[in-house]
Ligand binder design. Structure first.
Ligand code: AMP
Ligand code: ZN
Ligand code: FE
Ligand code: FE
Length: 282
């Protein structure tokens, strides 16, 4: 029987709504053998999910989705199979969370400047179990309080790069994220290239040490997936994939909606082991 993995899942430690228990319950229902939590700029879900997944007989790869910026546009870099106890890595992630917190304060200030004065930082903080606060949290409050009709309007009017309350995140280049992941013994993967639409930077990311491309992603046609498969083959990149499930925060996907055969996971693990050297444990 072919075994499958979903390597792109968010929890309530960033902007998803599922607990680690809920993630494992759904992964089990979808008969997945292996999962990775890829929360935005936080490692907080990893320790809580390990015992729950072990009980269910599901393997967990360490994972994260790092925010980076290239010429003013968001580029997400996924990391896998790193040492989540690496002190340098943890320290840097703490900085990201602090920067996210400060940024949300700035966004709320800007919203106040536009008459939106009834969203508090405490309310936003109550939406996640960590300090990995993001624009989707603010969008949800804007909808709840009737300032906008839906998520799309929240981003178009206020939160997108050209929105009224836009605040840039901490500046990190894709190259810095790749180096950070390598220093922690992990592999670096360009997330959802079909969403990011910056294929022209793939050669320079490869040159910077990029290990993989997220070829398998939900809601795109087979021809788009084949296109990115060809690019991955051209640059000898690992192929990864997953659902990008966010629980109830994203309705067009769910755990297991996109899954990859376990052979691709083996390749990811082998690549990480090579980076870690012969002495390192798995
Ligand atoms: P942040 O991490 O705070 O920069 O928020 C990034 C997240 O916001 C992304 O992962 C998307 O889920 C969401 N997002 C970004 N841009 C848009 C957009 N134009 N419309 C809807 N959601 C968006
Ligand atoms: Zn997200
Ligand atoms: Fe992403
Ligand atoms: Fe994601």
């Amino acid at each position: 029987m072919t075994r499958y993995a979903d390597l792109h899942i968010h929890t309530f430690y960033s902007d998803g709504t599922d607990s680690p228990e809920e993630v494992v319950r759904q992964a089990k229902a979808k008969r997945l053998s292996c999962i990775a939590i890829s929360d935005h700029d936080t490692l907080d879900a990893i320790e809580p999910i390990l015992p729950v997944a072990a009980d269910a007989g599901i393997e967990v790869l360490t994972g994260i989705e790092l925010s980076t910026e290239h010429e003013g546009k968001d580029v997400h870099i996924l990391g896998y199979c790193f040492d989540h106890h690496n002190e340098g890595f943890i320290a840097r992630i703490r900085e990201f969370q602090q920067a996210r917190l400060e940024r949300i304060k700035d966004i709320l200030d800007k919203l106040k400047g536009h008459g939106i004065d009834n969203i508090t930082l405490e309310e936003i903080q109550a939406m996640t179990k960590s300090d990995s606060l993001g624009r989707p949290h603010v969008a949800k409050k804007l909808i709840e309080k009737g300032w906008v009709r839906d998520n799309r309007e929240a981003f178009e009017r206020y939160l997108a790069e050209d929105g009224l309350a836009y605040v840039a995140k901490f500046r990190q280049t894709p190259r810095e994220a790749i180096e950070l992941l390598h220093a922690a013994g992990g592999v670096a993967v360009m997330a959802h290239p079909m969403v990011t639409k910056k294929d022209q930077i793939i050669p320079e990311l490869v040159e910077a040490g990029l290990d993989g491309l997220e070829v398998f992603y939900p809601n795109f046609s087979q021809s788009v997936i084949m296109y990115y498969k060809t690019i991955a083959e051209k640059y000898q990149l690992l192929m990864t994939g997953g659902s990008d499930a966010h629980g109830k925060a994203k309705t067009n996907t769910s755990i297991g909606k996109k899954k990859i055969p376990y052979e691709l996971v083996e390749k990811i693990k082998q690549a990480a082991q090579k980076r870690q050297g012969p002495q390192a444990g798995v």
